[in-house]
Structure formats: structure tokens, C-alpha cells
Design a binder for this molecule. Structure first.
Ligand SMILES: [Zn+2]
Length: 723
């Protein structure tokens, strides 16, 4: 399989002009000629419905080409746009024919826009430059018929934990549009900040929009004018914005502004670090409803799309259990407890939004809330819930952590920026190799899977230890560069998951087209994660290893070292296979055409023998050299739910045994579980370990294993496994 990658990439790179469109169109026939766009080229529209699309395309082509691109009505011109009925194209499809001119036909403006996006990708990557580039603007001649597989191709941006200004949101919409994504799910409210101006409740933004004090005061919000501008900008690019107004949980910023909305009217502050507040809107007081309805009135006015996302996730009922009003409401409604109270609340807000001709959308959790079958379910952690919802007739959007949570890192390679560690890495390949339709779903219910959505949570930004948040007055925007890094290139994978039929998607082919996509990101000035080199090894007869590698980006090269030094652009280039005795000494990086761009370092991972692997995931090592009386090992992601975890100390090299005298599991620095079966690390049978009972798991929390040891001389591995 690896060899196949090599040959594919080499072919694409050699051919150069071979189209690398992402997402891959439904049907594309290459007709093997080249059309060169001339400086006097113009754009025409056949019907007036296509006029604004023609003007939009002209504005996309002008900056990089520097040509005038006059727009006229009629059928003449180098590029012709036409609105035309075509039942085979659906609402968003298009036809793009390039011969001695370019013709884009589609039934809708959305289709014309996507035809234009594909045309851009057939041009050299420099077309994405905001400045004029001297270039011969060639396009290959093709016949394309294209339409998306799914109608929901989304990205979620969390602007509550970290506030991103209007300019960045517009830029984010641009990069979504390039990938033919069509839903921006805007996470506008959460515990650490309320970001949408509500005229009737100014304190929501005056107080709820800012956290911290003095110099470290941080925040911001979007005015209603900002929002109207962003909504229109998105609509011009066929992107619907779905606002998320979280309830009943994730609302501490609201309580800080209007404390009477909580169960107990007391002063509240806005958290400056990531945590999940236990404050909920009081479900028992009518004043809560007055507030929610007023807010929704303004929200519905601002967002023309058919959905309002109401969150619904991670509600902990401590306050409701103690609140006389909530308890009285449970009695009055004759319902069973707090979960059904959340159900009642969800149904009530759904009915209210229906009066505004809106549908609700919520996380998995709202499924148990008795919502109507038109409520959208966004499935983030329980694929079973997606199947249940689809069978029930609800529209479902797949946003599974394992494929769609782009706030997780792409890998555990050293140097990867801080990212969510409570879930395993989401590699580009993971983001690509899955089907949003769960295998367990059969028959007509499959059509209820609307598509998929990538999620960028800002949890990592709010963690001060990560140093990712922009500081007031600093004048930088590393938070924005960071979000682009997390988004790209995984958005490209998601785009193809959502657009291209499952049977037409092949990782190797996608991977080779990506080589050009990175060049487009460079031209557009977007930050992205530079892919590591693809390295292949082969054991030779005499016991040495042959190592070859390719750069996964067009114009890039691979550089390596064998002496333990970190490779850089000035290290030796690997352009032919090398022979080594020990692969562990090999390190390599991808170096971009612009040498300032290098990837993280590739090296071969230490492989655990099966006898260790069966004891679970490697947490760390101890040895006489590195032992400390108290050692801490990160286990975030390895502890990923409540349960019993077995920690094993497996001796690898014998010697006087190190003795384990204490073992605790820490959640955000606080012990939540303690092991009792302690003792020397050598006498312990390989299958025996120390059990830890976890009953207070929390998503987003950091977990550490704290081991207290008495010194010795042996060494070994610490491993963890859920029983
Ligand atoms: Zn209450």
C-alpha cells in the first residue's frame, strides 16, 4: 500500500497539470488540452439570474491575474455563466465544460458558485493570491458534472472560549467556501463568554462578553451589524450560519450578567479557565422563559437559516435538585425528575422556535428529551444515538469526536502544538477514512443522515498554560494562526467526506491531490499543518534497512539526519534511498518550497513487544536514571470514561526492584482515585496490576497518573488499560 502512495504521488508531481480538485467532483473527464486565459478575457452571463455570480467570479479572478475581467450580458466571452434547469444536479450541482472557453451551467447560484470554485482549482494554485502574480494562467480542458453527496457540510467555530473578531470569521468563511462547505455552526455562547449583542439585554455582552480583571480582562462580542454583515457574506458563498445559544447548561456568562436566571440569585463570575459550570438556567421560574423568548426573538431576526442550535449537552442537575422552583415545576408537570425537566424545557423552546418557523438542533443529549421528529440531532459521542435518531425520522448531522473534533491534535508527534488530549489524535487519514452513514443504519432511514461537521472547540486556547490566547495589546493573532492550523488540512478531508460518493473516495488518490492543495493554502496565506514526510523502510538481506521518503507537498523536499540532531532545511536532502544499520537513528522533515516552512520531525516509534501491548497503552517508563520520588505521567485520552483502570508496572530490565509506594489518578490536579495493591515492581506477575476506580470522568479534563516510588535499579514500562 505504501508503495502505491509513492508511485501515485510521483505520477501526479511529474504530470504537473493533472487536475487536483478537492473535493473530488462526481464526474470529471479530461480532454487533454490546455486553455490559456488571456489578459483581455471577459466573463458573460446568459441570463440576469447569473449576473451576480459572474461578477463574483470576476472578483475572485482579478487579484492574482491582474486582468480586468469585464462582465457583460450575452453568450460571448472566455467564461460564460448560465442558469439552467437540470434535474440531475440537485440544488447545489453544476456543469463545467472547458474547451476553447469555459462554460459553467447550474440551476442555482449555489451551483454556479461551486462551478467557479472548481475552476479556481483547475488554475495554478497562485490564483488564490491576493496580490498580482506573473504567470501563464493555464487550465486543462475538462467536462465536469458535479453535485454533493450530502446537504450538510459544516464547520463549528467556538468563539465563546476564545473570541475571534469579525475579520477572522469572514476569513474562516472564505476557507470554508474554498472547500465547498455550506454550514457555519457558530458557537456563540458558553460558560466563558456571551458573544452576540442582544438589544434588550445589554449586560449579556457588557458583562457576559468579558472575563478577568484589570490587565488580563479579555473578551469581545459581535454587534448586530457585525452579525448581519457576516450572515450576508456567508450567504453570498452559499453558507448558512447556524447560531448556537446553549441551554440549560454552558451558560455561566449569562448568570454573571443576570444572576436571577440561575436557580439561586447570587453573584456569579465568568470562568477564566476551562471548566464545565454546574449553573443552569432555572427551569422553574417564568422569568427564565421571558428571557429566553426575548433572546430567541432577536436571534431569529438576525439569522435567516432554518436552524437554531440549542446545545443541550452536559447538563449536571445539582442546582435543579436543590431548587424549590425547579422541584415545584417537576411536581406540577407530574414528570420524573430533572432529566425529564430538561426534556420539558427542550420541548418548550422547540415549540417557541417553531412559531418563528425555525427548527432546533442539539447535541446527542436532546434525543432523550422528547423533541419532535424534525429536531436535528448532532451526534458527537454516541453513534448509536445517530442510528436511533435517524430511525426515528430526525435529521442527523455526524460530528463524531474520532473523526470531526479538529481541536484534537493530528498526532502525538513531539512538537505538535497543545490540543485537546481527552480524545485520541484525529489524523488527516482519520478525518478522511470514515463514512458518515453508520454501518448499522439500513434502508430509508439512511437519507436522514444530512452530512457531517468538523468542530473547533477553543478549550485549549483558554488554558493559560498553553499560552495560545492573544494577550490584550500584544497586537498578534496567534490564536487565529492556531485555529487555521487545526482546521487545515483536515477540512479538506471532511469536505471530500461530505461531497464525494463514498465509493469514489480513495485515500491514496486524495493524498496525492492534497500535494497541490497545500500550495493553494500557501497562496491564500492560510496557516496549515505541514505534513510529515512519507517514509518507507525495507529490510535488506544483509540486515540493514533501506529508507526512502517523499514530500507530501508539491515543491517540497525531505531532509534528514542520522546523528541525533534535529533535521532542518539545511540538512542533507533525501532524494534517493539510503541504507542504515539502525532505523531509530533516522530523523526527517518535510521542507516547503518556502524553506521557512518545515514539518514536525519524523522518527520511528519504539515498538512495544506484544507481551507489553496486552497490558494496555504505554504511559511512560521508569529506570534507575530517571526515577524521581514522585513521577507524573499524562493519561488524558487514555482515561476516557468512567470505569476500572488497571495500571501495570512491567519490568523490562532486571535489577534491584523499584517499589511503588503510592499511586493516584489526578483530574485537573486533584486526586480522584487511589490504588491500594502496591509493592515492588519485579515480583509482580505480568498480568497483575493496580486497579483505579474512576467515577468522576469529565470531558475536557486533564488526567495524570501520580506514582510514588522508592528507588531501585531495574527499569520498565508503566501501562494502563480499562478493564
Ligand atoms: Zn431552579
Amino acid at each position: 500500500m505504501k508503495r502505491m502512495i509513492l508511485s501515485l504521488v510521483f505520477m501526479t508531481m511529474a504530470a504537473g497539470a493533472s487536475p487536483s480538485v478537492i473535493p473530488q467532483p462526481l464526474e470529471m473527464k479530461e480532454t487533454d488540452k490546455i486553455l490559456t486565459l488571456q489578459p483581455n478575457a471577459g466573463i458573460s452571463y446568459v441570463d440576469t439570474a447569473a449576473k451576480s455570480s459572474a461578477e463574483q467570479l470576476a472578483s475572485m479572478l482579478r487579484p492574482a491575474t491582474g486582468y480586468d475581467w469585464p462582465v457583460r450580458q450575452g453568450g460571448e466571452g472566455t467564461i460564460v455563466l448560465q442558469t439552467r434547469k437540470d434535474a440531475s444536479l440537485g440544488k447545489e450541482g453544476y456543469r463545467l465544460n472547458i474547451t476553447d472557453r469555459v462554460v459553467i451551467q447550474a440551476p442555482t447560484a449555489a451551483g454556479l458558485f461551486y462551478g467557479a470554485q472548481t475552476l479556481l482549482q483547475l488554475l495554478p494554485p497562485e490564483i488564490y493570491s491576493a496580490k498580482k502574480v506573473s504567470k501563464v494562467w493555464n487550465v486543462p480542458t475538462v467536462e465536469i458534472r458535479d453535485t454533493p453527496r450530502f446537504e450538510w457540510r459544516g464547520m463549528m467555530l467556538d468563539v465563546s472560549r476564545c473570541f475571534f473578531g469579525k475579520e477572522f470569521v469572514l476569513r474562516y468563511i472564505d476557507l470554508m467556501a474554498m472547500h465547498k462547505a455550506n454550514v457555519l455552526h457558530w458557537h456563540l455562547t458558553d460558560d466563558p463568554g456571551w458573544r452576540i449583542e442582544i438589544k434588550k439585554y445589554p449586560k449579556l455582552t457588557d458583562i457576559g462578553g468579558f472575563r478577568g480583571k484589570g490587565e488580563s480582562r479579555y473578551g469581545g462580542f459581535y454587534t448586530q451589524d457585525d452579525i448581519r454583515e457576516i450572515v450576508q457574506y456567508a450567504a453570498d458563498r452559499n453558507i448558512m450560519i447556524v447560531p448556537e445559544i446553549e441551554l440549560p447548561a454552558h451558560s455561566q456568562a449569562v448568570m454573571a450578567a443576570y444572576p436571577h436566571l440561575a436557580c439561586f440569585d447570587k453573584e456569579q463570575t465568568i470562568p477564566t479557565r476551562h471548566f464545565i459550570s454546574r449553573e443552569l438556567y432555572c427551569a422553574g421560574k417564568e422569568s427564565t422563559w421571558e428571557f429566553l423568548e426575548d433572546v430567541m426573538d432577536e436571534v431569529c431576526e438576525l439569522f435567516p437559516g432554518k436552524y437554531v442550535h440549542i446545545g443541550g449537552d452536559e447538563a449536571k442537575y445539582d442546582q435543579w435538585k436543590k431548587c424549590p422552583d425547579c422541584q415545584a415545576k417537576i411536581k406540577e408537570l407530574n414528570i420524573k425528575g430533572e432529566h425529564e425537566l430538561q426534556g420539558w424545557m427542550t420541548q418548550r423552546i422547540e415549540k417557541y422556535l417553531q412559531q418563528h418557523h425555525k427548527k432546533i438542533l442539539g447535541w446527542d443529549e436532546i434525543l432523550g428529551c422528547g423533541v419532535s421528529d424534525e429536531a436535528g440531532i448532532m451526534s458527537w459521542w454516541r453513534p448509536k444515538a445517530a442510528v436511533e435518531a435517524a430511525n426515528r425520522g430526525n435529521p442527523v448531522v455526524m460530528a463524531l469526536t474520532g473523526h470531526c473534533y479538529f481541536d484534537a491534535p493530528e498526532s502525538h508527534v513531539v512538537g505538535e502544538p497543545p490540543a485537546a488530549t481527552w480524545i485520541p489524535p484525529v489524523s488527516l487519514r482519520h478525518a478522511y477514512n470514515w463514512d458518515p452513514v453508520p454501518a448499522a443504519l439500513k434502508g430509508a432511514a439512511i437519507k436522514n443522515i444530512q452530512g457531517a461537521e468538523g468542530c473547533i472547540w477553543s478549550d485549549q486556547l483558554i488554558n493559560p498554560a498553553n499560552g495560545l490566547m492573544d494577550k490584550p495589546g500584544e497586537g498578534t493573532a496567534h490564536s487565529e494562526a492556531y485555529v487555521e492550523y487545526l482546521t487545515l488540512p483536515r477540512l479538506a478531508a471532511l469536505a471530500e467526506v461530505c461531497w464525494t460518493p463514498q465509493d469514489d473516495r480513495v485515500w491514496d488518490d486524495f493524498f496525492s491531490r492534497m500535494a497541490t492543495q497545500y500550495n493553494r493554502y500557501d497562496a491564500a496565506g492560510w496557516n496549515y499543518r505541514t505534513p510529515l514526510p512519507v517514509v518507507e523502510t525495507k529490510q535488506n538481506e544483509e540486515g540493514t534497512f533501506s529508507i526512502s521518503a517523499i514530500a507530501p507537498m508539491r515543491g517540497a523536499s525531505v531532509h534528514y539526519t542520522l546523528n541525533g540532531m534535529e533535521p532542518t532545511a539545511t540538512s542533507v536532502e533525501l532524494n534517493a534511498p539510503i541504507n542504515v544499520k539502525d532505523t531509530m537513528a533516522f530523523k526527517a522533515v518535510t521542507v516547503g518550497a518556502d524553506e521557512r516552512r518545515t514539518s514536525l520531525v519524523f522518527n520511528f516509534e519504539e515498538k512495544l513487544a506484544p507481551r507489553y501491548r496486552k497490558l494496555g497503552a504505554l504511559v511512560g517508563k521508569w529506570s534507575a536514571e530517571n526515577v524521581a520520588p514522585v513521577m507524573k505521567f499524562k493519561v488524558t485520552g487514555k482515561v476516557d470514561q468512567n470505569g476500572i483502570y488497571r495500571v501495570s508496572f512491567s519490568e523490562k530490565k532486571r535489577g534491584e526492584a523499584m517499589e511503588v509506594t503510592g499511586l493516584r489518578l489526578l483530574k485537573n490536579g486533584r486526586a480522584i482515585a487511589e490504588g491500594t495493591l502496591l509493592g515492588p515492581t519485579s515480583k509482580r506477575p505480568k498480568t497483575e496490576g493496580v486497579d483505579l476506580v474512576v467515577s468522576d470522568y469529565e470531558t475536557g479534563a486533564h488526567f495524570e497518573l501520580e506514582v510514588t516510588m522508592k528507588p531501585g535499579k531495574n527499569q520498565g514500562f508503566v501501562l494502563i488499560k480499562r478493564k
